[in-house]
Design a protein. Structure first.
Length: 81
């Protein structure tokens, strides 16, 4: 009788471990997506939602005198300072 109980206990533990491993594998997809979303939101905040494209995007070096003309020259953009 003990051998049958010991065998079923091993089977139960193996089944429990399989359930835990499968749960962690499924959760890893959601954890990866969550981290990617957080990285994207941080990147969007850093770049103010704009992406850099070589040859298309413009780069500016501003001085205090440029602040007054920024709104007139770029009406659809917020000031980047």
């Amino acid at each position: 009788m003990k051998k049958q109980t010991a065998g079923s206990t091993v089977l139960e533990y193996a089944f429990l471990i399989a359930i835990i491993i499968s749960t962690l594998l499924v959760m890893s997809v959601y954890i990866k997506r969550n981290l990617q979303g957080k990285w994207r939101s941080v990147g969007d905040q850093f770049g103010s939602g704009r992406q850099y494209e070589p040859g298309v995007s413009e780069s500016y070096n501003f001085t205090p005198a440029d602040e007054a003309n920024w709104a007139a020259d770029h009406p659809n953009w917020s000031a980047p300072f």
